[in-house]
Design a protein around this ligand. Structure first.
Ligand SMILES: [Zn+2]
Length: 320
């Protein structure tokens, strides 16, 4: 049996994972038209027994009922999985051609979870998907209709503090933000990181020979980093508006975060001063608020095939 403190922890982690997943899903569905890399979205947050450390694995198995190594941590409201009738704690046998038992996994890792996510994302976005699962010991069969969404994973980092990052395929956000900020402001942080991926910033920085590492943010690289930061801020306003979040959510976030927090990637030298970022976000939100059509597709999207030119000054608005 799971101890009471384990179950409280399990439910707290589930709630936090689902909060990040729901925001990511809302952004990834509403902005599909802005993404040149899309995939089959089913609106399912998965977890794997492998990811629990050995001290909690048996408690997790008992609590979540893992009849297979990958189970539904939660379904996203209004998504294909929910509409098809999948529920939290259903254990997955297969989703389309993705057979859970055949996925490689190791204890203490999320290998099998990532393999499942990638396999599901690679399914054809237009075709119906047959799902076999086990619910409370009983096999069930469902059919779901996926939708085309931006290709991106959204992940909570429980040890991540106030760090947020984007590696081209994934957005990762530290749990510190969840404790201190409401959903719309959390969405602003996630939208900024998501914007880096939509704009292929990592690839475009690498194409410029920019190195990620201790010296990132210094020397000749600064202008390229800053250009990507300002571009991500600008695009984030549109991503938020398209997903029906307040266009000014980023402004509200920075007005609270800027004065209070030191350190972390959001304050590194590669980033412009936060008051200038607020001024830039404000000006873009003011433009967006005059436009009623959705989705809005800003110029920075159509320019993403071009090499970075390092011009961040002309797109940053200075705080006065
Ligand atoms: Zn950034």
């Amino acid at each position: 049996m799971a101890r009471a403190d384990d179950t409280a922890l399990f439910e707290a982690v589930r709630a936090a994972d689902l909060r990040v997943a729901a925001i990511g899903w809302r952004l990834a569905t509403a902005n599909a038209a802005l993404c040149d890399r899309t995939e089959a979205g089913i609106g399912l947050q998965l977890h794997t027994l492998d990811q629990f450390d050995s001290g909690r694995r048996e408690a997790a198995r008992a609590y979540f009922g893992f009849a297979t190594p990958v189970a539904v941590e939660g379904v996203l409201v209004g998504g294909p999985a929910e509409r098809a009738g999948l529920r939290a704690d259903d254990s997955l046998v297969r989703i389309g051609s993705v057979r859970i038992a055949e996925l490689p996994g190791r204890p203490g890792t999320t290998d099998r979870l990532v393999a499942a996510q990638l396999g599901i994302g690679a399914l054809p976005p237009e075709a119906r998907i047959e799902v076999d699962a086990i619910r409370a010991g009983t096999p069930i069969h469902l059919t779901l209709q996926p939708m085309r969404v931006c290709k991106s994973r959204f992940e909570l980092d429980l040890d991540g503090g106030f760090d947020a990052s984007a590696d081209g395929a994934m957005v990762q956000i530290g749990s510190g933000f969840l404790d201190d900020y409401p959903d719309s402001q959390l969405a602003a942080v996630i939208a900024h990181e998501f914007a880096h991926n939509i704009l292929h910033h990592r690839d475009r920085l690498e194409a410029r020979g920019v190195d990620y590492g201790l010296l990132a943010g210094f020397g000749a690289n600064v202008k390229y980093f800053r250009q990507t930061e300002v571009q991500a801020d600008l695009l984030s306003v549109y991503l938020l508006a398209n997903a029906n979040y307040p266009a000014r959510a980023g402004v509200a976030f920075w007005e609270r975060f800027g004065p209070s927090k030191a350190g972390g990637i959001l304050r590194s030298r590669s980033h412009p001063a936060w008051r200038d970022r607020v001024a830039t976000l404000e000006a873009e939100a003011a433009k967006v608020e005059t436009l009623s059509s959705r989705p809005l597709v800003p110029a920075v999207i159509t320019e993403r095939g071009r090499p970075l030119d390092g011009d961040w000054q002309s797109i940053l608005i200075r705080h006065r």
